[in-house]
Design a protein around this ligand. Structure first.
Ligand code: FAD
Length: 466
């Protein structure tokens, strides 16, 4: 019998889903409590998007510094101080998570450090270090995120690492094996390959990235991996690992034969499972799908009308901006606004070499839905900026609806794809046409010009290609 604390909206988890939902709910006049059992910022800020991008960035700089003889840079004496790289990465995480804490505080949100567990559909218990506290709420938003899947044959240990362990290595390993050619495996594999590690990637299916990107895009990534000495073995089934004090030997099967590969570490990056167990969902009456995800409607409402769910624990891509988007919708729905989910404009980016990005429809998806399209495709190689930066591989394509020229999607493989996809996202969200983009004056010489060029191709009147 403790005294329950009353709150309007309680948010479980302070990742990019939860903290954004909390801020929006507070802006809309709710008394908001956030419960977080780990660190504010969740996976994304602490052990995901942000630290991985810090490592990837330094990896690119190091690799470029060493391999730019063709533009007159002789990088023989470039040295790597990896503990300093890690300190830089940690400082970035600290700045950002500190910033989020400040935002929560500034919005008068109570942040409780502890683990939440539903008692029923209007109350939950929070286990803090010292005691248990009951919170009664009018509405709850569940944003507990996901964790790495562990394979029975590859139990995590000192040398069998998940993404968190892989991000925290204090020395550049000589050799690593990565199980899984998905986004996380390719991003971290790419970072270490740039630092000089010999990387072997074992992928069970016949292509990297789970068939989510066109062969023309994945081919570019595979070619660059190959150039850095990385071996990508597809249709390879990882069977088991023998671990010693100094390394691992991984056994896998490929082309009907059993093979072995030794390394310092093995990274297991085969996907993430939703944190929907151990939070008492059954006590609240919240229904799960057969895949263990929380079932929601278009406003992120679960089977229990005053409980909402967002982010990695619901269907859709496991992306930070998707979690934040849903967080705003849930908070607005609680405030009685008519906000609803529309996933079409959610971009996806792979921070590989080169970067890959997609938003809206691919030409194939449009065709499958019976939408006739006109694709405007433009190569980076015909862009002045690309040549001046000695970075000209890849392409940009706009997918437009044939009948009216409205942009319904786009794909980019090449330098700055992660930023360039934003303009296509804006087009998809606002329903503008290829002509609108072609008429927008883009500064020269920039990567951004490629949007205008691709739009001109879609219109049939390109200036800079024949
Ligand atoms: P999370 O960020 O997982 O946060 C959930 C929070 O809930 C955690 O802090 C957890 O401690 C807390 N919690 C769980 N249970 C309880 C409980 N019972 N009580 C209290 N608190 C609880 N996405 C991108 O968009 N771009 C990227 O570049 C990108 N890179 C990534 C790189 C890596 C290595 C990884 C692992 C992921 C990456 N992601 C990226 C995915 C992204 O991190 C997730 O999609 C995102 O963090 C999901 O947000 P969320 O709010 O749903 O959950």
């Amino acid at each position: 019998g403790d005294f329950p604390i009353e709150t309007d909206t309680i948010v479980i988890g302070a990742g990019p889903g939860g903290y954004v939902a909390a801020i929006r709910a507070a802006q809309l006049g709710q008394k908001v409590t956030v419960v977080e059992k780990g660190n504010v910022g969740g996976v994304c800020l602490n052990v995901g998007c942000i630290p991985s991008k810090a490592l990837i960035n330094v990896g690119h700089k190091y690799h470029d510094a060493k391999h730019s003889e063709d533009i007159g840079l002789i990088g023989e004496s470039v040295k790597l101080d990896f503990s300093k790289v890690q300190a830089f990465k940690d400082s970035v995480v600290k700045k950002l998570t500190g910033g989020v804490s400040g935002l929560l505080k500034g919005n008068k949100i109570e942040v409780v450090s502890g683990e939440a567990f539903f008692v029923d559909s209007n109350s939950l218990r929070v286990m803090t270090e010292k005691a248990a506290q009951t919170y009664n709420f009018k509405n709850a938003i569940i944003a507990t995120g996901s964790r790495p899947i562990e394979l029975k044959t590859f139990k995590y240990s000192k040398r069998v690492l998940d993404s968190t362990g892989a991000l925290a290595l204090q020395e550049v390993p000589e050799k690593i094996v990565i199980i899984g050619g998905g986004v996380i495996g390719l991003e971290l594999g790419g970072a270490y390959a740039n630092f000089g590690t010999q990387v072997t990637i074992l992928e069970g299916t016949d292509d990297i990235l789970g068939g989510n990107y066109a062969k023309q895009m994945t081919q570019l990534v595979k070619k660059n991996f190959k150039n850095k000495g990385t071996e990508i073995i597809t249709k390879a089934m990882a069977k088991g690992v023998e671990e010693s004090d100094t390394g691992v030997v991984v056994t896998y099967e490929a082309a009907g034969k059993e093979e072995k590969v030794s390394a310092d570490y093995v990274f297991v990056m085969v996907g993430r499972r939703p944190n929907t167990d151990e939070i008492g969902l059954e006590q609240a009456g919240v229904k799960l799908t057969d895949r263990g995800l929380v079932e929601i409607d278009k406003q992120c409402r679960t089977s229990v009308p005053n409980i909402y769910a967002i982010g990695d624990i619901v269907a859709g891509p496991q992306l930070a901006h998707k979690a934040s988007y849903e967080g705003k919708i849930a908070a607005e729905a609680i405030a009685g606004h008519p906000s609803e989910i529309d996933y079409l404009g959610i971009p996806a980016v792979v921070f590989s070499d080169p970067e890959l990005a997609t938003v809206g429809y691919t030409p194939e998806q449009a065709k499958a839905e019976g939408i006739e399209v006109k694709v405007g495709k433009f190569p980076y190689a015909a862009l002045g900026r690309s040549l001046a930066l000695n970075n000209s591989e890849g392409f940009y394509q706009l997918v437009t609806r044939k009948e009216d020229g409205v942009v319904i999607g786009g794909q980019v493989a090449g330098p700055n794809a992660s930023d360039l996809i934003a303009e296509i996202g804006l087009a998809v969200e606002t329903g503008i046409t290829a002509e609108d983009i072609a008429l927008t004056i883009h500064a020269h010489p920039t990567f951004g010009e490629i949007a205008m060029e691709a739009a001109e191709v879609a219109l049939g009147s390109p200036i800079h290609i024949l």
